[in-house]
Design a protein around this ligand. Structure first.
Ligand SMILES: Nc1ncnc2c1ncn2[C@@H]1O[C@H](COP(=O)(O)OP(=O)(O)O)[C@@H](O)[C@H]1O
Ligand SMILES: O=c1ccn([C@@H]2O[C@H](COP(=O)(O)OP(=O)(O)O)[C@@H](O)[C@H]2O)c(=O)[nH]1
Length: 242
């Protein structure tokens, strides 16, 4: 049976896309072709009735830590990183709306006239009404990451799962980009990720999902159809649970 005919396993998801995923084959910025492909894949989820909250990173534009290494004040760099996530959110909304998917962008940093300020109850109303909601500007605070923002918004919006879409196809016993012999896990507990210091997500984010028992699945966004397969219960990537 085609995946689009299958019943979704989740009613509401929080999908985290890394900013780097938007670069495509480039090494900075946003590739419109990638946006369109992602809009198509997200549209398939909306089409089978799944409510989608989105958090997009900013690493394709600015990262506070990298700016600090180049000599900039860290907090200023983090502010630039958070603003970068708003730019990515606007680009993604544009692609989703061109695909006729109603989309709202909310920002943790007030930005009157550009995007709505984050409001949890309003976000839940939008999600319940079938709109895609993009949560931008991370947590609104420096020294955090968009992985933590994704876990936070996932818990707050009562999502059934946090899906981390990235460029590797799951969690390995060491970084598979640096170690070609790394071995992939199908399932892990929060404590195993913390004890083994598995670097696929920052530890703040893992502590947050552990404390609130929010399941997380890490999978490869570059694999066509993987997102839909995850949502209909397929065994993609690595699942982190209690
Ligand atoms: N144990 C691990 N398992 C999987 N990926 C890991 C692990 N340790 C480090 N990584 C790295 O984490 C990255 C995924 O995190 P992501 O947030 O998408 O990227 P980035 O941190 O570059 O923004 C992968 O590209 C991979 O290189
Ligand atoms: O709550 C947050 C989320 C993000 N950031 C900044 O925004 C940048 C971009 O986010 P991230 O690195 O998580 O993006 P990704 O790696 O997912 O592309 C980070 O490096 C931080 O500088 C921040 O300061 N607070």
């Amino acid at each position: 049976m085609p995946a689009t005919d299958r019943q979704p396993k989740y009613n509401r998801i929080l999908l985290k896309l890394s900013g780097e995923a938007l670069m495509g084959d480039g090494d900075f910025g946003i590739d419109p072709k990638v946006l369109d492909r992602m809009a198509l894949e997200i549209g398939q989820l909306v089409g089978i009735g799944v409510q989608v909250g989105l958090v997009i990173g900013g690493g394709n534009l600015f990262r506070g830590a990298a700016l600090q290494e180049a000599g900039m004040d860290r907090v200023t760099g983090d502010h630039m990183g958070m603003l970068a996530t708003v730019m990515n959110a606007l680009a993604m909304r544009d692609a989703l709306e061109r695909s006729n998917i109603n989309t709202r962008v909310m920002s943790a940093i007030p930005m009157s006239g550009v995007v709505e300020h984050y409001d949890r109850r309003r976000a839940i109303r939008y999600l319940s009404g079938g709109d895609v909601v993009i949560f931008s500007a991370g947590t609104g605070n420096p020294f955090f990451t968009t992985d933590s923002a994704a876990c936070l918004r996932g818990i707050e919006s009562e999502a059934d799962v946090v899906l981390k879409a990235t460029k590797v196809d799951g969690i390995y016993d060491s970084d598979p980009v640096k170690n070609p012999g790394a071995v992939k896990f199908d399932e892990l507990s929060y404590d195993e990720v913390l004890d083994r210091k598995l670097g696929v997500m920052d530890l703040t984010a893992i502590c947050l999902v552990r404390d609130h028992q929010m399941p997380v699945r890490v999978f490869n966004m570059n694999k066509p159809g993987a997102l839909l397969n995850v949502v209909v219960g397929g065994n993609e990537g690595t699942l982190v649970t209690p």
